[in-house]
Design a protein around this ligand. Structure first.
Ligand code: HSE
Length: 418
């Protein structure tokens, strides 16, 4: 696309994000971007825009040569992939907010960008208003990025805040997240961690050049967290957060997962409440950096789409430097995790699966233990998600192979066994 070119937009979707973008664009005339047509699924709905703007025929947008950018903010991942592929092949730049679609079709989307040489930008697909993708792309060299941990789902963070700090019930908190437009139309995607792992898949490609299907990343959501877990967290002066993280290990491989975690009160992520997201990056020389901003909602998400549109005017595209210009990193399952596990009955827990157990407590209702598991145990089994078992990582949860023998010996000494 020519520099500073006027953008003629074909917009797919007029829900929370689409309508937000429509309003935001009206307030930013300096961007020189205009929505020519909006493609929607249900024509009967009352909408706050002139009716001649709308169509239900996707070809009205995809085949219009006057339209040079397709913005796609729809819910249906399969339809979104169709739209994005056709748009790129038809020589149009694309801005997309469809996390699920991008995560599930990452290899194809990378290939399409190479073949068509069209830009594909998706800043709004991860952490909404926080400019995390462009930062990971442009700012951090591969060698220097030691770790990245983040709260990437606004709804679950909102629900945890409301339940733990304001005593709302889970259902009331979820309903509120839905009413405020934070939750996915199928809220299971938020609650059970699917949305977070989709976003993490996207961010891993920009951070480390890792291209993996989300199903190959270890994850769960907040569905099994109990109020008793929140009480334990309080006693230990921790917060509970759903944390996505990636850490470069000493062998150069990357440990990456999305799991609930006890977070120390002085940790930056403890400060992230409600629908806000936060990203903590540890890199060589710079040490720690913290990004914070709204991670869901109409205008915060539209602001990221707007920023992508603005970047398109200046010919910006992702270079995927970590993937194409460095040695891309590999994911590993070969590490250990320090976990807290709470459960109703000991019969659901096989103690021998733990490398060691350093604390346990058996209350009438709920019991818990703190111990160390090999990550493969979590990758390859599901017992820790079943029977209302709640697994929460401890702060600094990753233990590397090289450290495990030393730590095992120390824990046995402390327990008085050797
Ligand atoms: N459901 C998503 C969230 C919306 O709660 O984070 C923003 O991607």
């Amino acid at each position: 696309m020519e520099n500073h070119k006027r953008l003629k937009i074909g917009l797919f979707g007029f829900g929370v994000v689409g309508e937000g973008l429509y309003k935001v664009l009206k307030q930013t005339p300096s961007l020189k971007a205009e929505i020519k047509k909006v493609c929607i699924k249900h024509p009967g709905k009352q909408r706050n825009a002139p009716s001649n703007l709308f169509t239900t025929d996707k070809d009205d947008l995809l085949n219009d040569e006057d339209i040079n950018v397709i913005v796609e903010v729809i819910d249906d991942a399969n339809a979104a992939f169709e739209i994005v592929s056709t748009a790129l092949k038809n020589g149009k730049a694309v801005v997309s907010a469809s996390k699920k679609m991008i995560a599930e079709h990452l290899p194809e989307i990378l290939q399409l960008q190479l073949e068509t040489e069209q830009p594909f930008l998706c800043e709004s697909a991860a952490c909404a208003s926080i400019p995390v993708i462009r930062n990971l792309e442009e700012y951090y060299d591969n060698d220097l990025l030691h770790s990245i941990k983040a709260i990437v789902n606004g709804s679950t963070n909102f629900i945890l805040t409301k339940i733990i700090e304001e005593n709302l019930s889970f259902n009331d908190a979820l309903l509120l997240a839905q009413q405020l437009g934070f939750a996915e139309s199928n809220p299971k995607l938020d609650v059970e961690g699917f949305d977070a792992v989709n976003k993490w898949t996207i961010l891993l490609s920009h951070a480390y050049g890792i291209v993996e299907h989300p199903s190959n990343i270890l994850f769960t959501g907040i569905q099994n967290i109990q109020l008793t877990d929140a009480q334990v967290a309080k006693e230990k002066h921790f917060e509970i957060k759903l944390v996505a993280q990636a850490k470069k290990l000493q062998d150069g491989k990357v440990a990456a997962f999305v799991l609930p975690q006890f977070v120390k009160q002085e940790d930056h992520l403890a400060f992230v409440k409600n629908e806000y997201n936060g990203v903590v990056i540890e890199s060589g020389f710079a040490d720690k950096q913290f990004f914070y901003g709204k991670g869901a909602g109409s205008f915060p998400t539209a602001s990221a789409v707007l920023s992508d549109l603005s970047a398109l005017r200046y010919g910006y595209r992702y270079e995927y430097k970590k993937l194409y210009h460095h040695n891309p990193h590999e994911l590993t399952q070969d590490f250990y995790l320090k976990v807290y596990v709470s459960f109703d009955d000991w019969k659901f827990i096989s103690k021998e699966k733990f490398e060691w157990i350093e604390e346990w407590h058996a209350g009438e209702e709920r019991k818990y233990l703190v111990g160390v598991l090999h990550a493969k145990e979590l990758y390859n089994t599901n017992w820790w998600k079943e029977n209302k078992i709640s697994l929460i990582l401890l702060p600094e949860p990753v233990i590397e192979n090289v450290d495990i023998v030393k730590l095992k010996k120390r824990s046995l000494e402390l327990a008085g066994i050797i």
